[in-house]
Design a protein around this ligand. Structure first.
Ligand SMILES: [Zn+2]
Length: 376
């Protein structure tokens, strides 16, 4: 912190009780010149004008009466002090007042920036510790190993990814049902139908009648089948976000990059003096640090997604879907899977996939707090 910024941090810009200031002028001299704004004030009661009885207006030296809730404590050249309403300084002093006002708000904005900077700096060391802990954690490698293991399950991985991307993680099977009513209706439009009907009606015994009915049904069966597409739904599976990692990418590597980038951005905040942080650098620095912290959060989100994906009930849903899918004329997977607790097993018991017993997704409370402070 520079000395000027330390002083600025000590300054109060708001006066909660401006009328208590001593030596306030009742009226402004005709030749009064504004030198500075000392404070602003805003004593508007909750509810505003509806609650005007709660809080009387504050005296204004320009209006020479109690007229406003919002205004400024101003200092005149020569050192005298007075209160003016929010818009009355401009009416009294014109452009000169607007210059003083914009300096006042620039200082106030600078103080806000410094407070923000201090808050962010305070959160960075704990964030860096969390980031390093996550990078070193065995869960990162366990994630990559699980994703590699999923490839042993043939096209299952691909089918799940498609469901996650384009079907909102809803597991569906596309079956085809014959529409017997539609087939019979079509048959009735053909001349042979009349012939069959006459034969059925002319049957002398029940036995012959049944035989002819059967002939009629077999004939319908030789006609083109009418099929209706039928979507069977097996619920939604969780954790589809694990398929969001780019092909060929892995979590260990992406976390290594995130750690590197996060470290660089954190250093920028920890190592630069306050005079480096003009409002442009603050805006850009915050945006860059936010992006770096988000990449750490994305890694964490991947771990959480895998945690949900491998939940016993989730794997059971996937297994149920897969068992139906392989029955279809054109299944999207090579073979079905079973779920035993949190272990995924292919139907012939050749591959078993589960997370290690030590698997536990860490919590990163400081990373979340820093993201909030960065305005995520
Ligand atoms: Zn006024």
């Amino acid at each position: 912190m520079t000395e000027a910024d330390k002083l600025l941090l000590l300054r109060d810009f708001n006066s909660p009780d401006p009328e208590s200031i001593e030596g306030l002028l009742e009226k402004l001299p005709a030749d009064a010149k504004v030198a500075d704004i000392l404070f602003r004030y805003d004593v508007t009661p909750d509810g505003g004008m509806l609650n005007r009885h709660v809080r009387p207006f504050i005296y204004c030296a320009h209006c020479e009466g109690a007229r406003h809730w919002r205004g400024f404590v101003i200092e005149l050249e020569g050192g005298a002090v007075a209160l003016v309403g929010e818009d009355c300084g401009g009416k009294q002093f014109g452009a000169k007042f607007r210059l003083v006002e914009s300096d006042f708000y620039a200082d106030k904005g600078r103080q806000d920036d410094l407070h923000r900077l201090i808050a962010i700096r305070a959160l960075i060391p704990a964030f860096e510790e969390e980031m390093e802990m996550l990078r070193r954690s065995a869960v990162m490698g366990a994630f990559d190993a699980y994703m590699r293991g999923l490839r042993s399950f043939g096209r299952l991985r691909q089918a799940m990814e498609e469901n996650a991307r384009s079907n909102d993680s809803v597991l569906t099977c596309l079956a085809y049902d014959r529409d017997h009513a539609a087939e019979a209706a079509y048959a009735e439009t053909l001349p042979e139908a009349k012939h069959h009907r006459e034969k059925i009606e002319g049957a002398q015994t029940d036995y012959i009648r049944r035989t002819r009915m059967e002939e009629y049904r077999r004939w319908i069966d030789t006609l083109p089948h009418v099929e209706r597409e039928k979507v069977e739904t097996f619920g939604r599976f969780s954790g589809g976000a694990i398929f969001g990692l780019a092909p060929g990418d892995n979590l260990v590597e992406s976390m290594r990059k995130a750690r590197q980038l996060g470290g660089v951005r954190a250093d920028e905040f920890m190592c630069n003096r306050s005079d480096y942080w003009d409002s442009r650098n603050i805006t850009q620095g915050i945006a860059k640090l936010r992006e770096a912290v988000r990449t750490v959060r994305r890694s964490l989100a991947m771990l959480n997604a895998l945690d949900h994906f491998t939940a016993a009930d989730n794997l059971a849903t996937i297994a149920k879907w897969s068992q139906r899918e392989v029955e279809l004329p054109q299944p999207r997977i090579d073979y079905s899977v079973k779920a035993v607790g949190r272990t995924l097993i292919d139907e012939e018991d050749r591959h078993r996939l589960a997370l290690p017993h030590t698997w536990a997704v860490p919590a990163l409370p400081h990373t979340a707090a820093l993201l909030a402070a960065l305005g995520d």
